[in-house]
Design a protein around this ligand. Structure first.
Ligand SMILES: NC(=O)c1ccc[n+]([C@@H]2O[C@H](COP(=O)([O-])OP(=O)(O)OC[C@H]3O[C@@H](n4cnc5c(N)ncnc54)[C@H](O)[C@@H]3O)[C@@H](O)[C@H]2O)c1
Length: 354
């Protein structure tokens, strides 16, 4: 298995560093010492991770934000920028985001705009961060209730993987990570779907190698998609499977991203049955696997309010919205759907979700 992988995206080369088991005994940052000057490094993390992994950060300059989706906003960018200035951080600074998707999104955005751009790297510590949020160069902040409204696509210099972090990850966050893993299986990989259907979270928690292989598989799916379409004009849209409805749900109900994606995938399957001939059995299989990975399948949603959010969606084109459907398990497709088709799908979901 490769421990170091260089991936070339249209806008930059990213070094993927997968720490082998025995190497993980070392201090994580020792792996970066050969390439980066410690004096130029500023760690960005949240108060939860800063406390949990205090010894790891000893001797490093730190920016610490509150651990909450609510701090993924411009106020935090302003606060952290002022702190960087006070530290004397210049163009040669390297920001390293250590945390879940909120921390890596903030770090990527901050690094992209501070002094018109400084280098950055990621150490994802949540499963969702490892399989999705840290990869692909999208970063950004929310604006009020509008998720990821402001952002850039800028690639990090490196992403360093150490599955040891997952030992402290709460169960609920394992489930949230599996929502994105199940998403990859749905749109790209029927074999992976079968593998997941035959396992449980506890198996991956106990088997380091199986977990690592699973993460690497997801990294490969996301990398290949982003290499082909970094600016999301085509195939990258597939990664939005379950995410169109999820964004509306996250905005209206403050549900964590993974859970919102799980419900969004259920809604997308119900719509897929109507517009893409998806077999009802596939929707049932998705429902089953979401249950298995302790993810929600049903939630009462205010359809009118959800439609109001969808009408503001970034993926909207006049009266149509780019919506990701499933043709079968392992095969996603992009469809331009009229809003009323999505609305009918949402109503059909709401009728069974009550
Ligand atoms: N940029 C992208 O392409 C992309 C893709 C998917 C999601 N996202 C974004 O990612 C965010 C969701 O990411 P997330 O699910 O990682 O949420 P998160 O960053 O909020 O982390 C979830 C919780 O887990 C804690 N945590 C993280 N690692 C831990 C560890 N090792 N031990 C103990 N606790 C730990 C965090 O402190 C936090 O409380 C959302 O803002 C979403 O919009 C971005």
């Amino acid at each position: 298995m490769t421990n170091d992988l260089k991936v070339t995206f249209p806008s930059g080369v990213v070094d993927y560093i997968f720490l082998p088991k025995d190497e993980r005994k070392k201090n994580l940052f020792e792996h970066l010492a050969a390439s980066y000057d410690r004096n130029h490094i500023v760690i960005v993390t949240n108060d939860h991770i800063a406390k949990l992994y205090e010894p790891l950060f000893k001797g490093y300059k730190m920016l610490v934000m509150p651990a909450s989706e609510r701090s993924k906003d411009l106020d935090t960018i302003g606060t952290l920028s002022r702190q960087l200035l006070e530290m004397g951080a210049g163009r040669n600074t390297l920001l390293i985001g250590v945390g879940g998707g909120v921390v890596t999104d903030i770090t990527g955005f901050l690094a992209s705009v501070y002094m018109r751009g400084v280098a950055f790297g990621f150490v994802p510590t949540s499963l969702l961060g490892m399989v999705d949020a840290a990869i692909g160069g999208k970063n950004g902040v929310n604006m009020g209730l509008n998720k990821n409204l402001l952002g850039t696509i800028t690639q990090p210099k490196f992403i360093l993987y150490d599955v040891r972090f997952l030992q402290t990850l709460p169960d609920v966050e394992w489930s949230n990570g599996f929502a994105e893993i199940i998403k990859y299986a749905c749109i790209f990989d029927a074999q992976l779907f079968d593998e997941l259907a035959g396992q449980h979270i506890s198996f991956y928690k106990q088997d380091d190698e199986a977990l690592r292989t699973l993460i690497e598989k997801c990294v490969a799916w996301k990398n290949n998609t982003v290499i082909a379409d970094e600016r999301e004009t085509g195939v990258r849209k597939l990664l939005n499977f379950g995410h169109t409805a999820a964004h509306a749900i996250e905005k209206l109900y403050e549900v964590p991203h993974g859970k919102a994606v799980a419900i969004g995938m259920m809604i997308a399957c119900i719509i897929s049955e109507r517009v893409a001939d998806l077999d009802a059995e596939a929707t049932e299989r998705l429902k089953q696997i979401l249950h298995q990975y302790q993810l929600p399948v049903s939630m009462a949603i205010n359809t009118a309010k959800a439609m109001d959010v969808l009408l503001m969606d970034k993926k909207r084109r006049d009266e149509l919205i780019d919506f990701i459907v499933l043709e079968k398990i392992g095969q996603g497709a992009i469809r331009s759907l009229p809003f009323d088709v999505v609305e009918k799908g949402l109503l059909a979901y709401s009728a069974i979700a009550r």
